[in-house]
Design a protein around this ligand. Structure first.
Ligand SMILES: [Ca+2]
Ligand SMILES: [Ca+2]
Ligand SMILES: [Ca+2]
Length: 507
């Protein structure tokens, strides 16, 4: 852990509080025992023995042994301490083959997941840094369904040769799994990567300091914090309450995703650098919301990125990445990125054009926007015609965003980039179907108005949130919003934009 001891202690306290609060609902021997959800409870500990009984008094040693025993509805408590791995559970068939340290292929069932949870108040650490397998490595390979991982720290998956694009901390191809309160970091590849499957929830999870320094497509080009690169027919993947920082490539990456993904209440900062430095590495977008290698793709789907924050990323805070259709970007805050919102899309003829439905977003410092012609954008801070200053905010600090989470696992309550009580950005938004206070939504990720009753959900504004049909530069002004705009030709691409293409790590 890179956190100072004080923060680490606070984080442990928070984790303990959260775990204790939830453990009461599922504790063995309670009323839950009479419900269908109640299964067996087993224990794994670093000093355990796989020939033991798997009880609290006589725990097993490995999660592999546990998963060979469990069935739907069972809970495996992982005691605190380090589970160190030195080899995969199969041999490398070649130097470009893929192996797993841990394979979770045993599925739960609807309402009866298999739970692999940190024991309340303890932190099980899965350390893969000493693995020497000479091919691509997955720390956790989750191929099963209805599995719930909670409270685990996952670290150090290496690349042991330079013939591949990346290894992976957690690799997912199953469906309806939950990844909660995971701290995945210091991998030579993405921290958490959804390759296939739908209905997966990544909740209150952190991914940071990942750097693929031995990637064959360039050091740092593939270590995203989070990725979803799923085929069609896999709806319902959601990232909520997640943080991505100091990942060498992007914070969140949805390139080559053919099913819609939602990212909400999440933060991304300082991505695109060698972790802990300002030395540039990979692409460096906070939220890379799609794209298919830069080309028009008729299979494109709409993603949603909302109530999220990006700051100090090397490239864009929010980036369309040549996406062919308009994603929804609602109530996001982007601060000091390059640029804050880059809506570079592609039309059916392959030409560059702005693509995106933007409402209630806030851009401050850095370059505010680029490639906006052709988007459907209204009620964003740059439409107000005023120059923002720091006084709009309670704080513009970029420190402390990796502070411990709240007791329920949610993001820490910081004053940073929250609107000041007298901010002119309060109630300047328009309803996008999200809850808000006061007479209208505020701009940015944090609703600030207080003292007035919460509004009920309003009908969608008269201008549709989603532009019907294809938007292009000539028709952008027809995809209505009340602020008059003049359609202009799409701007030429700067050379740097092409370098933001990112086609490799989806493989
Ligand atoms: Ca990249
Ligand atoms: Ca990427
Ligand atoms: Ca408001």
């Amino acid at each position: 852990m890179h956190l100072p001891p004080r923060w680490r202690a606070l984080r442990l306290i928070a984790a303990a509080s959260a775990a204790l609060g939830l453990s009461a609902a599922i504790a063995p021997g309670t009323a839950a025992a009479s419900s269908a959800a109640a299964g067996n409870t087993y224990y794994v500990a670093p000093n355990g023995n796989d020939n033991a009984a798997g009880t609290q008094a006589a725990p097993w040693a490995s999660i592999a042994h546990a998963q060979a025993v469990v069935t739907a509805g069972d809970t495996v408590y992982l005691r605190g301490g380090t589970y160190a791995y030195t080899r995969a559970n199969s041999a490398c068939a070649s130097q470009t083959a893929r192996v797993d340290a841990i394979t979770l292929n045993r599925s739960g069932a609807p309402g009866n997941p298999i739970r692999y949870w940190a024991y309340p108040g303890e932190k099980p650490v899965f350390d893969f840094s000493r693995m020497r397998d000479d091919c691509r490595i997955k720390g956790f390979d989750v191929t099963g369904n209805w599995i719930h991982l909670k409270g685990l720290e996952v670290t150090g998956v290496p690349q042991n040769n330079n013939l591949n694009h990346e290894s992976w901390g957690i690799w997912i191809s199953g469906s309806n799994n939950t990844f909660e309160l995971i701290d995945t970091h210091h991998h030579m590849g993405p921290g958490l990567f959804i390759q296939n499957g739908g209905g997966n929830l990544v909740l209150n999870t952190d991914s940071h300091d990942n750097y693929d320094l031995r990637s064959s497509n360039g050091a740092g080009e593939s270590a995203d914090g989070f990725g979803a690169h799923i085929p069609a027919g896999n709806a319902g993947n959601v990232f909520r309450g997640c943080r991505a920082w100091w990942n060498a490539d992007d914070g969140f990456d949805l390139i080559s995703a053919y099913s819609s993904v939602i990212i909400e209440n999440s933060w991304a900062w300082r991505n695109g650098y060698v972790p802990g430095t300002t030395t540039g590495a990979g692409n460096g977008n906070g939220f890379k919301a799609g794209g298919y290698g830069g080309d028009y793709d008729p299979g494109a789907v709409k993603h949603t990125v909302r109530t999220s924050v990006a700051f100090l990323n090397k490239a864009a805070g929010f980036y369309a990445n040549h996406h062919p259709i308009a994603n929804d970007y609602f109530n996001n805050t982007s601060y000091g990125n390059h640029p804050d919102f880059n809506m570079l899309g592609v039309d059916s003829g392959g030409a560059a054009v702005g693509r995106g439905n933007l409402r209630n977003n806030l851009a401050y410092t850095g370059t505010l926007t680029s490639n906006m012609n052709g988007t459907n954008a209204a009620y964003n801070s740059w439409h107000l015609g005023v120059t923002l200053t720091d006084s709009q905010f309670q704080s513009v600090s970029t420190s402390g965003w990796d502070a411990p989470r709240q007791a329920d696992g949610s993001l820490p309550a910081l004053p940073h980039l929250r609107l000041a009580a007298n901010s002119t950005l309060i109630d300047k938004g328009t309803s996008v179907g999200l809850p808000y206070k006061g007479s209208a939504p505020d701009l940015g990720a944090f609703e600030q108005s207080a003292g007035t009753p919460p509004a009920v959900r309003h009908e969608a504004e008269s201008a549709p949130a989603v532009c019907p049909g294809t938007i292009d530069a000539d028709h952008g002004s027809r995809c209505g919003h009340p602020i008059g705009r003049t359609a202009r030709p799409a701007p030429a691409l700067s050379p740097g934009h092409r370098s933001l293409l990112d086609t490799r790590e989806a493989s």
